[in-house]
Structure formats: C-alpha cells, structure tokens
Design a protein around this ligand. Structure first.
Ligand SMILES: Cc1cc2nc3c(=O)[nH]c(=O)nc-3n(C[C@H](O)[C@H](O)[C@H](O)COP(=O)(O)O)c2cc1C
Length: 390
C-alpha cells in the first residue's frame, strides 16, 4: 500500500510545526490528570468545537476518558518547555511542582499558559491507532501578550515575527507599499533594539499598520491595528508634511484641555517638525497614559473610552516637540516619528521608534533621529521606485 516506514512517516510529519497543549481532567479524588498533545485543533465556530488526537494506547488518555466528559486545554507559552516534557514523561502526579487550580467545572487549569479552554466531550471518532476527540467549548480565555511554545522536527522553539502588518483597514495600494516598508522597519528595529511601527491616516484616525520588535517583550500588547485620533499633539508628522488641508484639520482638533496650548502654539510646533524632519514625544508618564487609554478605547466601542483617550492625548499637550534636544541633557525618550512619502509625494506613512523606560542622553536621542530619518528616506526612495508597478 505504501513504500515508507514508520520512522519516515514520523520524520516527514514532524516538518509540520504545531503548538503544544496540556489536556487536563479531574480524577476521582480531584487529582489532576494531564497529557501533552501536539494535535490540538480548532474544529467549528458555531457550535464552538475543538479537537485533539490521543493515542488509543495512551494510559493518560484512558484515565482522562474514564474521568468523565470534562476536559481542559492549556495552551503552553514559550517558557513552558519543562511542563511539556514533564507531563509527556511522568506516569502519575503529572502536574506536581506546577501551579494549577480547578475551574468552576473542576477542570485543572495551569496558572501559566497562553490560553485555556474548558470543554465537554461531544464525540469520539476512530482515527487509526488514535482517537479523534471533538469537544464543545464551555468557556475560554487568553493572555494576549504571551508567545506560544512551538514544536517542530522534534525540537521546541518560539514564534518571533520579524514584523507584523495589518490585513485590512487600508487600501490595496497602501498594503503593497507596506510590504516595501517592512524590511526597513525590521532592520531599524533590530539595529536599535527598540520597537518600530508604521502608521497611516485612515478616516479621522491614525492606524498602526505594521510593527517590528515589539512582540518579544513579555508584558506589552502589540500596537498593531490600534487607532488613535488625529489630534494635537500626536500625528504631527502627517500635519506638518501632509499639506495645508491636513494641517488645518489637525489644528481644528486642538482639545480644550491641551494644557493651555492653542492653535498658534501647535502651528509653531509644526514648523519645528518641518525644520527638523521628525516629531518626538518625551515623558514616560504622558506616553504610558496614552498607551493605556488607547488600548482601552480600542478594546470597546464605548464612546466614553474614546472621549477619555482624547482628553489624555490633549493633556500630553506640550510634552511633544517642545525643547531643542541638547546633547548633554537626559530625556525620558518616549517616541520619535518621521514621514514616508509615496510616489505621488503624499505623506503616506509615518515611522515611529518607541523608546525604552530608561533615561536617554540627548546625543543618543539625536542618533536615533538620524537613523530614523535615514530609514524613512530609504522607504520613500523605495516607494518612488516601486511607484510605477504598484
Ligand atoms: C510535543 C508533544 C506532542 C505530543 N502529542 C501527542 C498527541 O497529539 N497525541 C498523543 O497521543 N500523544 C502525544 N504526545 C505523547 C504524550 O504526551 C505522552 O508522551 C504519551 O501519552 C505517554 O503515554 P502514556 O499516556 O501512556 O503515559 C506528545 C508528546 C509531546 C512531547
């Protein structure tokens, strides 16, 4: 029937990378039964079904099946190789030494995980020497800023995207241009060891359309796909380099709580941005406040979150593009942004370098400015070269 042996089969199928989950269930005395599985799969959206394929000879699967219909799916994160190995190897007390607690359905849930699904077995189908278990999801949750553990050709690894780009929300032309930008963004991010993002103007907003170097930080949610309003003091690059219409739209959006700053002040700010070729924000508190408020506003449709975001941005008022950067001074460097122009000369994107928490010497901030503006110029040159084809 076939001309390969089991080893070849294993080896070739190992070329397909998978995530790793620990299937759990409560034993008779409430003890944790567990099994490491690489065959977890999402099956159906409506009804919500998932599946996994345990070996018919597995004693762990036998115990889980005997325990009843409930089972938990713990999707492991990239720091949990030890859990994966221990659960795959041990014959009993598989979760000993690892933190877990029972869910409301009694299923053991690991304290560390990237996601957890509480399930009930719906059907068990025959799959050769394995069973195909399909379960209905009763509840689920995930930890968005964590990365998953991956299994590939018998070894473990992690997922570390060079850069991520949005799928929707911008025109096909801008998406094609974004592909030209991504290698530049990745290079700059790895050179500076800082997160670099690209933004576009969409409707009344600024949308983060690509990001590099940010997702390997454990406690941050990627900025990708996030929208913020086009209003002072943010988005200054689009106002400074986007022509008179963009400038007056931005200045019209000056908020009443902009720390006493009026349109005239912000018009001067724009002149400074045009003169230097970049915009910047200093002040970790102001930066963090915008970050937290923008995350909240993007997670719900609630208008009060949006109003709060507008107020927080306005309050950051004059922490952007204020002083001349002195080489010997120290700054709380939050962000720095430069424009990228398309083949028609329109300001199509802005590139932003996001600072770390440390205080940074002015000379180093200026070095970032130099690298950022050079990168933005290379992006512009690429878009102009590609312009005829896009
Ligand atoms: C990364 C990884 C993925 C695995 N995936 C599966 C799987 O999908 N199905 C399965 O039956 N066993 C899988 N195993 C093996 C089981 O975890 C476990 O070693 C096996 O069930 C041990 O046999 P026992 O249950 O009789 O103790 C996997 C092991 C590892 C390390």
């Amino acid at each position: 029937m076939h001309d390969f042996d089991t080893n070849t089969f294993r080896q070739v199928l190992g070329s397909f990378p998978t995530g790793v989950v620990v299937i759990t269930a409560a034993g008779e005395e409430g003890e944790a039964l567990a099994m490491t599985v690489g065959t977890f799969v999402s099956v159906s959206l409506d009804p919500p079904l998932v599946g996994f394929l345990p070996s018919k000879t597995s004693s762990s699967w036998d115990a889980i099946r005997q325990s009843g219909k409930r089972f938990g799916v713990n999707i492991l994160c990239n720091t949990q190789e030890d859990v994966c190995r221990a659960v795959a190897r041990r014959k009993k007390d598989k979760l000993e030494g690892f933190d877990w607690s029972p869910t409301e359905h009694g299923t053991p849930k690991l304290s560390d995980r990237i996601a957890f699904l509480d399930c009930e077995t719906e059907n068990i189908y025959d799959g050769g020497d394995h069973d195909i278990v399909v379960g209905r999801v009763l509840s689920l949750e995930s930890v968005p800023s964590t990365l998953p553990l991956l299994f590939f050709r018998g070894g473990y690894g992690s997922f570390r995207p060079g850069s991520m780009a949005v799928e929707a929300g911008i025109s096909g032309k801008r998406l094609a241009e974004l592909d030209c930008l991504r290698p530049h963004i990745e290079r700059l991010s790895s050179h500076l060891s800082l997160e670099v993002t690209a933004m576009c103007r969409v409707d009344e907003d600024l949308l983060t359309v690509a990001s590099a170097g940010g997702s390997n930080r454990s406690v941050r949610v990627p900025r990708i796909g996030r929208r913020v309003p086009f209003m002072p003091p943010i988005g200054g690059v689009f106002a400074a380099f986007g022509g008179p219409e963009a400038e007056s739209e931005w200045l019209r959006n000056v908020h009443e709580e902009a720390g006493g700053a009026d349109r005239e002040t912000f018009a001067e700010v724009l002149q400074r941005v045009r003169d230097s070729g970049y915009a910047f924000g200093f002040g970790h508190e102001a930066g963090k406040a915008i970050e937290v408020a923008s995350l909240a506003a993007n997670e719900t449709e609630a208008p009060e979150q949006r109003r709060r975001l507008n107020r927080v941005i306005a309050e950051a008022g004059l922490s952007f593009n204020t002083a001349k950067i002195e080489r010997e001074e120290e700054y709380e460097f939050h962000s720095m942004t430069a424009p990228v122009f398309d083949a028609d000369g329109a300001c199509a994107f802005s590139l932003t370098v996001w600072g770390s928490k440390a205080a940074v010497r002015g000379a180093d901030v200026l070095a970032v400015a130099d690298k950022l503006t050079r990168t933005a110029e290379s992006c512009t040159a690429d878009l102009q070269r590609a312009g005829r084809k896009l």
